[in-house]
Design a binder for this molecule. Structure first.
Ligand SMILES: Cc1cc2nc3c(=O)[nH]c(=O)nc-3n(C[C@H](O)[C@H](O)[C@H](O)COP(=O)(O)O)c2cc1C
Length: 326
């Protein structure tokens, strides 16, 4: 199946990002255009089984019509299958299983990237997931230790046999977090070994790096995370192969409006809006100063009002100062 609008020769996918890819941000991305597929953040399978997913701002699909994948994280095959079925009424376009998260609690439970160490269990999970849905099923992976491709390929060939529709590879080792550049060569090796679609992920920041990832690996799509938080218009730029000429302040104001619309808990919305700004403000040289000015403000409208007067007039930075945390 294809989500491609036909303008760019690959799928352009918004990465799942915990705390950030809630329904308001996804709607903003849909409106700015250029992407073919949006992701929810990783949704905890146990929580999905015990609460109404339609009430969760991070799970809601919204009433804007845009291809969206729900990503699930967990470690029990039956729980994951039940969680997938609980999403049935929400009209997602694809299901993704997170086998890439390297973070403490997730890995301690044996979920996310820890499933690399227990591939038999991972395959059982995927079989259960495959039986639970007819939607396209994707798996998001990290590179194996020492970038050893042989076990990764052998695992992915089994996923292919089970009926998985696509793999996304973030080619960093579990232990590396965001350290070291993403090893794009792993994406090429995996793409050459599989017949199902392979989406490449890691360190794409602009039109040039998107094209480079695509050309150097032959991958079927590109997934972008952090740079989309800084430049939500990046997918538009990649699709149209030219610089976006819009106003960043307009984007920020639209984000504020969408958050006000979707979030009923305004205090929580404020917290999440500030988290978004910790990325978005990196478009300007004095982003730390600006962030310091807004971090203690008490409402989203106070923040947008301050920024509408104080965002620097100079053009945004050419390169994004990306580090994992501000
Ligand atoms: C704040 C944050 C939250 C993330 N949450 C998730 C998540 O929920 N599920 C997931 O598979 N990956 C998650 N990731 C990883 C991204 O999806 C992506 O693989 C990674 O950021 C590399 O892509 P990038 O270089 O384009 O940012 C997260 C990354 C960041 C920065």
């Amino acid at each position: 199946m294809s989500y491609n609008s036909g303008m760019f020769p690959a799928q352009l996918v918004l990465a799942p990002m915990a705390r950030y890819t809630h329904v308001a941000f996804r709607q903003l991305m849909a409106e700015l255009g250029g992407t073919n597929l949006l992701y929810t953040e990783m949704l905890n399978a146990r929580i999905l089984c015990n609460t109404n997913p339609a009430h969760d701002i991070f799970c809601q699909k919204g009433n804007f019509d845009f291809p969206t994948a729900a990503q699930i994280v967990g470690g029990e095959p039956d729980t994951i299958a039940t969680a997938i079925k609980r999403l049935d009424t929400m009209e997602f376009d694809a299901i993704d299983l997170n086998m890439s998260c390297p973070n403490g609690a997730i890995v301690r439970y044996g979920w996310g990237a820890a499933l690399q160490k227990n591939t038999e269990k991972a395959l059982t999970i995927v079989s259960h997931a495959r039986n639970a849905t007819t939607l396209p099923l994707f798996i998001k992976l990290r590179s194996w230790p020492d970038h050893n491709m042989e076990p990764l390929i052998s695992f992915c060939l089994k996923l292919q046999k089970i009926g998985v529709d696509g793999i996304t590879l973030h080619p960093r080792e579990m232990k590396d977090g965001f350290k070291r550049p993403a090893g794009w060569q792993d994406i090429k090796i995996l793409k050459d070994a599989l017949t199902i679609s392979v989406v490449g992920n890691g360190d794409v920041q602009n039109i040039e790096s998107a094209l480079k990832l695509l050309e150097s690996t032959g991958c079927d799509g590109i997934m972008i995370g952090r740079a989309a938080l800084v430049r939500p218009w990046l997918f538009w730029e990649i699709t149209n192969q030219r610089k976006w000429q819009g106003s960043p302040m307009d984007v920020l104001e639209r984000m504020a409006t969408l958050m006000d619309f979707h979030f009923t808990d305004k205090k929580y919305a404020l917290k999440i809006f500030k988290a978004f700004l910790s990325w978005f403000l990196r478009n300007w040289l004095f982003h730390r100063y600006l962030y310091g000015k807004i971090v203690n403000q008490q409402s989203i409208s106070e923040i947008t009002s301050y920024l509408s007067q104080h965002l620097p007039n100079e053009p945004i930075l050419k390169n994004i100062p990306i580090v994992a945390k501000l």
